[in-house]
Design a protein around this ligand. Structure first.
Ligand code: AMP
Ligand code: ZN
Length: 193
């Protein structure tokens, strides 16, 4: 048998076989231990590998795979994301920001709500860091504006993606430029005293 076909074949034989990892947000959306808030249109879950003290994801119940599938009809939904973000910010003591990764790794549209401390054992790599602190992180307000104006979100080129991921490390709260991730993580703690 062609080995590359094996996972799909196994999945049809055994429907309990775990889904591809990129679909695992769909399971978390149904897991009461993950869910923080839920409304008719959307659900807020805890990020399983938080990259800061507070890290949630907002996802729609509607099957929308990513920001690149959004059109004019979704403006109200994305405004609802903003209302939910506002409510969460009111309940949290930490300063938060909200936005989307320009090239998401997981399926089902999701907006990150993340505290700016960026203190977490799950924050390990330069790619983790740059995905939340460079223009790879598309702020909520910019996405909503682009959707209203153009009815779609323009894709990031792979050249821009590569460039942003190799951006040299810089603290998100001051001008400090650490040499490596351990230095950065130690430095971040000095901002949270
Ligand atoms: P991205 O697709 O790059 O926007 O980010 C996906 C996010 O989902 C990351 O912050 C992961 O830590 C998070 N994540 C991965 N698997 C799960 C899961 N099963 N449940 C909740 N969050 C997850
Ligand atoms: Zn700093």
């Amino acid at each position: 048998m062609n080995k590359r076909l094996l996972p799909a074949v196994q999945q049809s034989i055994n429907p309990k076989k775990p889904k591809h990892w990129s679909l695992s947000l769909l399971d978390s959306m149904k897991d009461p231990d993950s869910i923080v808030k839920s409304t008719e249109k959307l659900v807020v879950i805890r990020d399983k590998y938080p990259k800061a003290k507070v890290h949630y994801l907002i996802l729609p119940h509607e099957e929308i795979s990513s920001i690149y599938k959004l059109n004019h009809s979704h403006v109200k939904l994305i405004e609802d994301f903003g209302q939910m973000y506002k409510k969460i910010q009111e309940d949290e003591d930490y300063s938060l920001k909200a936005g989307f990764h320009a090239i998401p790794s997981m399926q089902r549209l999701h907006m990150h709500i993340i505290s700016t401390d960026m203190i977490s054992p799950c924050l390990k790599t330069k790619i983790h860091w740059n995905s939340f602190t460079t223009e790879f992180f598309l702020p909520y307000d910019d996405v909503l504006r682009e959707l209203k104006e153009n009815g779609s979100i323009q894709k990031m080129t792979s050249e821009s993606h590569k460039k942003l991921m190799s951006t040299e490390l810089q603290c998100n709260q001051c001008s400090y430029k650490p040499k490596n991730m351990p230095q950065l993580k130690e430095h971040l703690r000095s901002h949270s005293i």
